[in-house]
Ligand binder design. Structure first.
Ligand code: DSN
Length: 425
């Protein structure tokens, strides 16, 4: 896989001199910084080429063989490839590759499985859930009655006795599993058992861990869950977009809830790029890449712990970890940490930790992930170095640190840039 970065924008330069420098600056930013946002990645040149192709010109409402526009024979070809490759990767009966995003995929499942006002049991956003799983101001929270489960205060992992109790009490129509910030293995089968016991459907959103599931490094929910949704751009390393997988019995309804239920014309350039990313995911080196993602996450977590840091739940089983800033840096908020580390060339996002007392705009945590840095070729040694840099920056800030925070950021920035130069995109 060749990572895309030395992109030339010759035509844009000629046509639109205002946007040209901004686009160049973004290429430079990606080259000169280390991407540690757990949901981001660097796609291949082939994926990028498909995204910039003439497939963007075409309307193809409908599905292969059943379109509402003429001239769709090549659209059918790529969509069939994308669907078949998704089925091959995940072993599902049916795949719909048209969702524009993960949120669109989730919404289509809600439209297929629920009536407005029905109850959903899903993971609290503050405990690692996702906004499309029931945030009050999201369509999920506006249309449905949301009951949340969280993690156990002591273990910071799922407590199935409590989840079962909530399911029995509230009798949801749908149980949602999957997370945006949960560093541990998810026991999808036990969630399915609980769903079956209370007569609920089970939707597993594997957006974050799709690459790990694809390669058998995380248990798959395909056999036990009714619906499995995903994005294609996180660990799966494809274009920005969504995916729904389900049993054959639900296929027709799911397809109709995407088109015409909630979307019009599919983004065919994205579907072509999804097909290519799925082809890449079927290659043996993709499994090696996913193993390295996990090894890198462990190395980074261990490096941070060796500096006196606390990692939520005590570690990570997957591609991400949550750093609890409070013990090692009591006065530092997630927002400050994000800003300072960004200035030093390490791109992270502030994140609520379970039972966080700070506001979502401040937070006591940082979410750190390794998919993008691993694509770039970074391995355990580099991860350990990144752990040292993170600690150095966070220790150096504020008057109580007794050090020159700005000088430290500048010094670390130079070292980060030099690592980036060794691992060009
Ligand atoms: N916003 C994504 C994330 O960062 O986890 C999820 O959609």
């Amino acid at each position: 896989m060749t990572v895309a970065a030395e992109t030339s924008f010759d035509h844009i330069a000629a046509v639109d001199p205002e946007i040209f420098p901004i686009m160049n600056a973004e290429v430079r930013r990606q080259q000169d910084t280390i991407e540690l946002i757990a949901s981001e990645n660097h796609v291949s040149k082939a994926v990028l080429e498909a995204l910039g192709s003439v497939f963007t010109n075409k309307y193809a409402e409908g599905y292969p063989g059943r379109r509402y526009y003429g001239g769709c024979e090549n659209m059918d070809g790529v969509e069939d490839l994308a669907r078949n490759r998704a089925k091959q990767i995940f072993g599902c009966d049916h795949a719909n590759v048209q969702p524009h995003s993960g949120s669109q995929a989730n919404t289509a499942v809600f439209l297929a499985a629920l009536q407005p006002g029905d109850t959903i049991l899903s993971l609290d956003l503050a405990h690692g859930g996702h906004l499309s799983h029931g945030l009050r101001v999201n369509i999920s929270g506006l249309l449905y009655n949301i009951v949340s489960y969280g993690v156990d205060r002591k273990t910071e992992q799922f407590d199935f006795n409590e989840i079962r109790r909530l399911a029995r009490e509230h009798k949801p129509k749908l149980i949602i599993t999957g997370a945006s910030a949960y560093p541990r293995t998810i026991d999808f089968d036990t969630f399915s058992e609980i769903a079956e016991e209370v007569g609920a459907a089970h939707m597993a959103d594997i957006a974050h861990i799709a690459g790990l599931v694809a390669t058998g490094l995380h248990p798959s929910p395909i056999a036990s869950a009714d619906y499995v949704t995903s994005t294609t751009h996180k660990t799966l390393r494809g274009p920005r977009g969504g995916l729904i997988m389900c049993k054959e019995a639900y296929a027709k309804k799911i397809d109709s809830r995407i088109f015409p239920g909630s979307q019009g014309g599919p983004l065919m350039h994205c579907i072509a790029a999804k097909a290519i990313a799925f082809h890449e995911a079927l290659q043996p080196e993709f499994a090696t890449y996913q193993e390295q993602i996990i090894d890198n996450a462990r190395a980074l977590a261990e490096a941070l712990v060796s500096k006196g840091n606390r990692i939520v739940s005590g570690g990570t089983d997957n591609h991400l970890m949550l750093l609890d800033l409070r013990p090692a840096y009591p006065n530092v908020t997630g927002q400050q940490a994000e800003d300072w580390l960004g200035a030093a060339g390490m791109i992270v996002n502030k994140n609520m930790i379970p039972f966080d007392e700070r506001k979502p705009t401040q937070t006591s945590g940082l979410r750190l992930g390794t998919p993008a840095a691993t694509t770039r070729g970074l391995k355990e040694d580099e991860m350990r170095q990144i752990g040292v840099w993170i600690d150095r920056v966070l220790q150096s800030q504020g008057p109580e640190s007794g050090s020159d925070g700005a000088a430290t950021i500048e010094a670390v920035r130079a070292e980060v840039r030099s690592m980036c130069d060794q691992f060009p995109l």
